[in-house]
Design a protein around this ligand. Structure first.
Ligand SMILES: [Zn+2]
Length: 715
């Protein structure tokens, strides 16, 4: 059943007000123009800290300036490693060691030594994959080292996988661990391998996840061919952003404060390869096959074994520098006409491991076209009430650095009047829309889907029609944790955040030299229909947030989503004493859902009679509900994570952990810790109750005997 607020927001759009503004915004986006953004920004590799990155920053600056936005290029400086060397070789027993007498200088000619490819094959069909600015495969922040050792296969290299190896009596100490992508963030594979005593880690793309088992491979199809390599950072600290300045911005030229403890950066060499190279290793392994039903077997047509046996060694050499380099965020603002201090922020990173046609540009092109939509409307005299900030973030790929440093540098300002953050990383990847968001943004996103045509849909079909199964089911949006540039807004500052995206294309070029415009047009489509849909969704959502008379953040959803999350935790807790500790919070969440729904309804009907000062105060009260989840003590062992609502999973990195303080206490099975967490959530709920109560009083006292209810989306 739709909640009352959603019904009100789904009502036929009236003329004038925010709806007219949204129509004006969404008359602007153009697929041809989006294709041109793609050509401009996907013209060369642009790894953070390189010359290509500096040129990309200048392109973005110039484009925003040409639109008439207030632009600032905000530099930061931090460790941004660059690859120097990468070698992976199979060394069979009896082969002379590298560099010793008897080893001919031609690497491939050494007896018993089989060099493996660390780079994508060149393709006549896509010559851009030979660009000199491209690199061999590498994992940023790998240790530098030169290791020759026997092999252990560790499946996805999750905490559980290493636990199983231990149970099976497999010793990883001093070995080269071979693991496949998937199951967790790659940084945790490196961390757990290092914890298990491994000497090196080789990570491969498994064809079951992204290659032949999924479909035709590039260039015949869109999936990873046998030389396709996933690059990526392995930074996995207890905070995102610049590793040396947790909680503080990384100003250019500022060395870390004296006495700063050494940061635990990865020590062992870590090297990614394609599945063609991995197949050569697997084919020569002679240890015990992986146990049946263990989930360790993948898609390479060879027996997956736990150990390489006595005759097989891998030689892994990785050399990277750890120099400080500069990159920058490009921030472009359209000042609001009524509340210039209130910020609606739309962002996507601009850096990439290669050309980045999909990651990040499938989102950055929508960011640019959305900025163009707002500025075109402004040029015709249609300016939003609140300020809209368009942010192209730097060095996301290295550890979500640019956005985190910016958020840390603008903390007080954002806490006071940051309305919402919308992230677009890789957003336009197919016709099927999806979103993950903070509870308070659920209604606004739903409202936006009603106003945007479905990509490649039937005539008149809206995104809402598709995601609701023709109105048969309540559309669901995912829980938002970390994993991209929303993390500082969502998990550190308690600002309502959303990640918009779309999928449904057959292929994957993620972090590889094949992530080119040719790949994107062949796989996602040359029509740019998904990017047009994402641009319009961004316009509709940012427009609603920036131009509604009161910020359209749902009060009811705080309690409703907390109810759902608490129920899930209770189901997971099982033990009666843990369940008993959680129960009182469930009752309070139910009451919060109810009072929140009453507030949303009262606010909708009182809107026409509210004075500007009342609206301003209501904005502040609604923003305070998102901030109510903040606790300056942070999570256990992770003080940077101040939101008690959402965090990234501490053992996988990609997944979201909701109600993280309580969730981690439940998983620890520790009653005292659960009770302490419940007490802290009691404080959060107390702040929510007060904020909702204050807003209810204000609406009651401000609304004269009123006429019929008006939709929230009117001015
Ligand atoms: Zn990305």
């Amino acid at each position: 059943m739709l909640p009352l607020l959603a019904l009100l927001m789904l009502a036929a759009p009236p003329s004038g007000g925010v709806d007219a503004y949204l129509r004006a915004l969404n008359s602007v986006p153009d697929a041809q123009r989006i294709a041109q953004w793609h050509e401009l920004l996907g013209s060369e590799p642009h790894i953070a800290g390189t010359e290509g990155d500096a040129r990309q920053i200048e392109r973005l600056r110039a484009a925003f300036v040409a639109m008439g936005l207030q632009v600032s290029v905000q530099e930061f400086e931090c460790i941004l490693p660059q690859p120097q060397d990468a070698v992976v070789e199979i060394v069979m027993r009896g082969a002379p060691a590298a560099g010793t007498a008897g080893a001919p200088s031609e690497p491939g000619a050494r007896r018993g030594v089989i060099p493996l490819s660390t780079r994508e094959r060149n393709l006549a069909e896509d010559p851009s994959a030979q660009h000199p600015g491209l690199t061999a495969g590498w994992n940023a922040f790998s240790g530098s080292g030169d290791v020759t050792a026997p092999v252990v296969y560790a499946n996805h290299g999750t905490k559980q996988d290493f636990q199983k190896l231990k149970e099976w009596g497999i010793d990883c100490r001093g070995k080269v661990v071979l693991a496949r992508y998937g199951g967790n963030f790659r940084g945790y594979k490196a961390k757990f391998a290092e914890d298990a005593g491994a000497a090196a880690l080789v990570i491969f793309t498994d064809p079951a996840d992204a290659g032949t088992k999924k479909g035709k491979t590039w260039p015949e199809g869109g999936w990873a061919n046998d030389t396709c390599i996933q690059r990526g950072s392995i930074l996995a600290l207890e905070w995102p952003g610049d590793p040396e300045t947790p909680g503080e911005p990384a100003e250019p030229g500022a060395a870390p404060a004296a006495g700063t403890p050494a940061i635990a950066l990865p020590k062992i060499p870590v090297q990614p390869i394609g599945y063609g190279a991995a197949a050569q290793i697997l084919a020569r392994m002679t240890g015990k096959p992986v146990p049946e039903g263990s989930g360790f077997a993948g898609g390479i047509p060879a027996e997956y074994r736990l150990e390489g046996g006595p005759d097989l060694q891998l030689h892994v050499k990785v050399v990277q520098d750890r120099a400080r380099r500069r990159s920058a965020n490009v921030i472009a603002a359209l000042p609001g006409a009524v509340h210039p201090d209130q910020w609606v922020i739309v962002g996507c990173h601009h850096d990439a491991w290669c050309f980045g046609a999909a990651d990040p540009l499938a989102g950055t092109i929508a960011l640019m076209e959305s900025a163009r939509s707002f500025t075109e409307a402004a040029a015709r005299g249609e300016r939003p009430d609140r300020t809209v900030v368009f942010a192209a973030w730097g060095a996301e790929e290295y550890g979500i650095i640019g956005s985190v440093e910016w958020a840390e540098g603008h903390r007080e300002r954002l806490l006071k009047s940051g309305v919402a953050y919308i992230n677009l990383d890789m957003a336009a990847m197919g016709p099927n829309f999806g979103a993950a968001c903070s509870p308070s943004l659920g209604e606004a996103i739903r409202s936006a889907t009603v106003r945007v045509p479905q990509a490649r849909g039937t005539p008149g079909e809206m995104v809402y029609d598709r995601i609701s199964g023709g109105g048969r089911k309540d559309p669901q949006f995912g829980d938002l944790g970390g994993g991209s540039d929303h993390i500082a807004f969502n998990c550190h500052l308690g600002i309502a955040s959303a990640s918009l995206g779309s999928g449904g294309s057959e292929g994957n070029s993620y972090h590889s030299n094949y992530d080119t415009i040719a790949w994107y047009r062949s796989t996602v489509g040359a029509d740019y229909a998904p990017a047009l849909m994402i641009t319009r969704m961004t316009n509709a959502l940012a427009g609603l947030l920036a131009d509604s008379p009161v910020v359209p953040l749902s009060a009811a959803r705080h309690g409703r989503e907390a109810q759902r999350m608490l129920q899930a935790l209770r189901d997971r807790a099982k033990a009666p004493d843990l369940v008993a500790a959680i129960e009182p919070l469930q009752a309070r969440a139910a009451a919060l859902a109810q009072s929140g729904a009453q507030l949303d309804a009262a606010l909708a009907s009182a809107l026409p009679s509210l004075r500007p000062s009342d609206r301003e105060r209501l904005d502040q009260l609604l923003l305070s509900l998102d901030r109510a989840w903040l606790d300056s003590r942070g999570l256990e062992g992770r003080p940077w994570f101040r939101s008690m609502l959402a965090a990234s999973d501490r053992d996988s990195g990609y997944a979201a952990t909701m109600l993280p303080l309580l969730s981690e206490a439940v998983d620890a099975g520790d009653v005292a810790r659960v009770q302490a967490a419940v007490a802290r959530y009691g404080e959060v709920f107390g702040r929510l109750e007060k904020g909702i109560g204050d807003a209810q009083s204000l609406v009651q006292s401000a609304s004269a005997p009123s006429g019929p209810p008006a939709p929230l989306g009117t001015r």
